[in-house]
Each structure stands twice: as structure tokens, then as C-alpha cells.
Design a protein around this ligand. Structure first.
Ligand code: NIG
Ligand code: FE
Length: 390
């Protein structure tokens, strides 16, 4: 097996608090990394670096674990830029826009959807993402949900069945019938392509009882639950996620004190999605409040055509720092290690001996530049990854 020594790393983020500066980021300066067989074989300072078959000199750049984007909706067709423009002119965001994308997605061919996902995962990768979760949820028929997940599966193991995104138009008068479809034939067709099951638990989508029923049906066929909750207003979703011991609950924008305590007590990760508040011009979630209460926070893009059409984890980091009370170090941790934990993938989101060598090189001397230089394409190289970019 050929080994590669990467040296001249001004700052190496290991996310191992036993290393380097002993902070959660486990920062090493003037560092080096040895990669062998796609895994990290060694990390340390350049002066201590062992010999290797090949050497790469980075000349003072920073190296971070690749971003783990634990929440995206990439299987879709159509364009909702007019809806965004209307929003910026004062129209409020509504979950009803999802139905626009459902119509376009149903009308698209498998080839069109696949090409569209490929374009977006390549875009993510260029910005440093090495693991991405992809949800269905714009098909909302047995056929369209199953094919959405089969298409997503060609790109990542982290696929999520979101048949319970909204009640589609044809079931508007029979929401319970739609829940029966989701928990019956749709789940049966989707399950083989999915690892996770998700529900949009929100006024105008699915209530707590429906969410409970859908998550239980998913669990019965081996899928792990996650939830979209407390995005547009207060609601029962976060409490439900904690009660069920879900690994993560996503959005968490509108929380009361019992919600925050429940997250801390349950150890359920709060995945915050600042692209949504940016793109819907809404108040951001209070990450500081969560962190101060001991809640584990992840950051993800929620890349979708309606509420957050960004694939950029660096943008999410910059927003989290500027608008949500996170430090640059906390935001980077949440976008890497936090995302890995939110997907229950303990081996990811860190650069320590034995972990997969998924990393991004920044054209900057430290990772702080991700927030300090917002909008600047600092990622100059990406190595390794859990998904196929083409
Ligand atoms: O995560 N919250 C529900 N679903 C998406 C929005 C989808 C859309 O507007 O198309 C979200 O924000
Ligand atoms: Fe989402």
C-alpha cells in the first residue's frame, strides 16, 4: 500500500480533543498527515513526521475534515427562483411551495433527476463536503418516492425516506389516507433504498400523532428516525424526537425552555440549517442558547429549491458565526464532527489514525478564515469521500 505524507499544514483540524491544543477541534500547527489505503495513518507535527512513499507540501495551508452535510433534498426538478424573489419583496415563505417542486419532479425522467443530483453533489464537493445525506420528498407517490431514493442511493449511503414531506394535492381531502399510503405501500417500496425515515412535523404538514405513526412504521422495517421540527413556529416535534430518542432533530428554530432541556437530557442532536433563515429572511435559531445548555449542535445546508438553495457548508459556517452566536471553532466542529454524529457515523468528521482520509485543503492559514472570509472559495482541494461525485 502506498503512503502519502502531506506536510506544511499550517493548521490541521483533527476534531480529536486528545490531540494538539486539546480543544474540541484538536488543532495541530505546523502539522503533517500520513494517508495510507484511504485512511489516516498518522497525524502530528511536521518535524516528527515519518517517511512515506510520496510527499505533498502544502506550503502553509489549513486542512480540515471534509464537511458532513447531514441534511439535503437534492432529488428535485424545476426552479423556484421567482418564489425567492417574491419573498425578498415581502411575501412570506410557505411550505405549500413544496407542491410546485413535486409537480416538476414527477414530470422529470430518471436521467434528468440523476443528472441534477450529480451536478449538486459535485458542487458540494468543490466546497469541501465529503459526506452528504439526501432525502426524497418531492415525489409523494409510491413510484416517485422509490425512484427518488434509488437515484439518491447511487450517490450516498445516507438516504432518507421523506414521503411525509407534505400531503400532496390529490390527498388534500384525505390526509389520513395519505399517512396510510406512506406507512404502507410507499414505505414498502422505499425501504430498500433508505437508511433513515423523516417527517416534516409542522403546522400545515404532519402533526405529532401522524409523525409518531410514520416513524414507528419506519422503525418496524429497520429505518432510523429523524424529524424536521420547530422550523416555522413552536410545535411538538422537538419533544417527540427527544421522547423517541432520535439521533437528530433538524431546524430547531423555534424552541421553548422545555425543548432545550429535553434536547440536552435526551442527547438528541439539534441540526441547525442557517441557509433556511437566510433564504426565507427569518430569525435564525439561537445556537448559543443550545450550546450553553449542553446540546450537541450540527450544521447542515438543507439544500433544496424552496427554503435554502445553497450547497455551501462554508456559507452555513459563516452565517452560524455571524448570526447564531457560534464561535468559528464551534461552527466548524458542528459542520464536520457534528454532522457525522447526526448521521451516527462515528468514524467520520475527524482526522485521526484509522479514520477515513476525507479532508479539504483551504487556501488559508487557519480554519477561522471560513467565517472570516465569507463568500470566498477557500477550498482548493478535496480528498476522499463517502459518496461518488459523478
Ligand atoms: O427542510 N421543511 C420542509 N422541507 C424543506 C423545504 C422544502 C421546500 O420549500 O421545497 C426544508 O426547509
Ligand atoms: Fe429539510
Amino acid at each position: 500500500m502506498t503512503s502519502l505524507l502531506v506536510r506544511g499544514i499550517a493548521e490541521l483540524v483533527t476534531n480529536d480533543p486528545t490531540l494538539g491544543d486539546r480543544s474540541p477541534l484538536g488543532l495541530l500547527t505546523d502539522a503533517a498527515l500520513v494517508v495510507e489505503g484511504g485512511r489516516v495513518a498518522w497525524v502530528g507535527t511536521t518535524t516528527d513526521a515519518p517517511a512515506a512513499d510520496a510527499v505533498e507540501e502544502l506550503g502553509g495551508r489549513a486542512v480540515i475534515p471534509g464537511f458532513v452535510d447531514s441534511h439535503s433534498h437534492l432529488v428535485f426538478a424545476g426552479d423556484r427562483s421567482a418564489e425567492f424573489a417574491a419573498r425578498m419583496a415581502g411575501t412570506a415563505y410557505s411550505a405549500g411551495g413544496i407542491r410546485t417542486t413535486v409537480a416538476a419532479t414527477r414530470a422529470a425522467s430518471d436521467e434528468q433527476l440523476t443528472a441534477h443530483v450529480a451536478k449538486h453533489v459535485a458542487e458540494m464537493r468543490r466546497q469541501g463536503t465529503t459526506t452528504v445525506e439526501i432525502k426524497s420528498g418531492y415525489g409523494l407517490t409510491v413510484r416517485d418516492e422509490a425512484r427518488s431514493l434509488a437515484i439518491a442511493r447511487a450517490f450516498t449511503e445516507e438516504t432518507t425516506f421523506l414521503g411525509a414531506h407534505v400531503v400532496p394535492e390529490e390527498y388534500a381531502d384525505d390526509p389520513d389516507g395519505y399517512v396510510r399510503l406512506v406507512t404502507g405501500p410507499m414505505l414498502a417500496a422505499a425501504a430498500e433504498h433508505a437508511r433513515w425515515i423523516d417527517v416534516f412535523c409542522e403546522t400545515g404538514a404532519f402533526d405529532a400523532d401522524q409523525a409518531r405513526t410514520i416513524l414507528a412504521a419506519g422503525r418496524a422495517v429497520g429505518l432510523s428516525g429523524r424529524l424536521h421540527a420547530n422550523q416555522l413556529g413552536p410545535g411538538p416535534g422537538v419533544q417527540l424526537a427527544c421522547e423517541l430518542g432520535l439521533v437528530a432533530v433538524d431546524h430547531c428554530t423555534h424552541l421553548d425552555d422545555p425543548d432545550v432541556s429535553a434536547l440536552g437530557d435526551a442527547g438528541t442532536i439539534a441540526t441547525l440549517l442557517p441557509g433556511v433563515e437566510f433564504s426565507t429572511r427569518s430569525p435564525y435559531p439561537d445556537a448559543r442558547r443550545l450550546l450553553d445548555a449542553g446540546v450537541v449542535v450540527a450544521l447542515a445546508s438543507d439544500c433544496n429549491p424552496g427554503s435554502s438553495y445553497t450547497s455551501s457548508m462554508p456559507l452555513c459556517i459563516a452565517l452560524a458565526v455571524r448570526e447564531m452566536g457560534m464561535t468559528p471553532a464551534e461552527a466548524l466542529w458542528s459542520a464536520t464532527r457534528g454532522g457525522a454524529l447526526a448521521l451516527a457515523r462515528d468514524e467520520l468528521g475527524r482526522l485521526t489514525p484509522g479514520s477515513p482520509a476525507h479532508y479539504a485543503v483551504l487556501d488559508a492559514p487557519s480554519s477561522v478564515h471560513l467565517a472570516y472570509r465569507p463568500g470566498v472559495p477557500l477550498v482548493v482541494d478535496v480528498r476522499g469521500g463517502s459518496y461518488s461525485p459523478t
